[in-house]
Design a protein around this ligand. Structure first.
Ligand code: PEP
Length: 253
């Protein structure tokens, strides 16, 4: 499978920023690397950005979607709307949504199901808090999240599962490679048990150019979800370059 390098710009960027960023990044996607940029809707809706991303082989994604396709949900965006903007993926269940919008596993599963129905790849996020890790409960809790957040529409071709320890997101505090390896081994077993062997597993949490090589070389780490460092095209390019060569043809191409 290819390595998946997903940029999460969060509530940052503009069409102008995106055009410059894409020009600076250059062509980094290939048969062994799938680059996905999850940007605010204002960026996804810009035809010049969509065209430039397409030329560079880069997929565009949203950062959240509603579980319904349309309706009286002021301020939300639905999965079919994201697809109409040119997105082929969407993040669901990011810890910032779980924390600030009170989303629970059932909500995340409903959103992932909506994404699948709209033909989008769902990038489903799970991860433990620092207290949970220090209490030795990380694997148990993350497994529970996975089982409750992946809807029955999940296949290895329409979903990426991102393990993002909450305490490592945006803090500069990256998880120890041994802990990431142990969690990803565990998640690989859980996915097999769910009838999803080979579901791509991404790590996220303060991935930077100086630690990406070590993290991406670990077993069952099939890519990275990158927040802060993805806003700088040079840093993100270095993270992509640090990924080991994978094999052709993955989801979201
Ligand atoms: C994220 O937002 O998913 C993330 C991993 O952020 P950062 O890389 O900044 O920790």
């Amino acid at each position: 499978m290819p390595q998946y390098l997903v940029a999460n710009w969060k509530m940052n960027g503009s069409a102008e920023f995106a055009n410059r960023w894409l020009a600076d990044l250059g062509r980094k996607s290939g048969s062994d690397r799938q680059v996905i940029v999850c940007a605010p809707a204002i960026v996804l809706g810009n035809p010049a950005v969509v065209a430039q991303a397409q030329n560079a082989g880069i997929a565009l994604g949203g950062q959240d979607c509603h579980a319904e396709s349309y309706g009286a949900y002021t301020g939300w965006i639905s999965a079919p709307m994201l697809a109409e903007l040119g997105a082929t993926a969407v993040i669901v269940g990011h810890s910032e949504r779980r924390q600030y919008a009170g989303e629970r596993d059932g909500d995340v599963a409903a959103k992932a199901r909506a994404a699948h129905a709209a033909g989008l790849t769902a990038i489903v996020c799970v991860g433990e808090s620092l207290d949970e890790r220090q209490a030795g409960r990380a694997e148990t809790l993350v497994e529970q999240q996975v089982r409750a957040s992946l809807p029955d529409s999940t296949t290895v071709n329409n979903t990426l599962l991102a393990y993002e320890p909450i305490w490592a997101i945006g803090t500069g505090q990256v998880a120890e490679p041994a802990d990431v390896a142990a969690m990803h081994d565990h998640l690989a077993r859980v996915c097999s048990d769910l009838g999803l062997p080979g579901l791509p597993l991404l790590y996220g949490g303060s991935v930077k150019p100086n630690n990406a090589g070590d993290l991406l070389a670990l077993g069952h780490v099939d890519g990275a979800l990158v927040g802060g460092a993805s806003l700088d095209a040079t840093s993100f390019a270095a993270i992509i370059d640090a990924a080991p060569k994978g094999q052709a043809s993955g989801v979201c191409a």
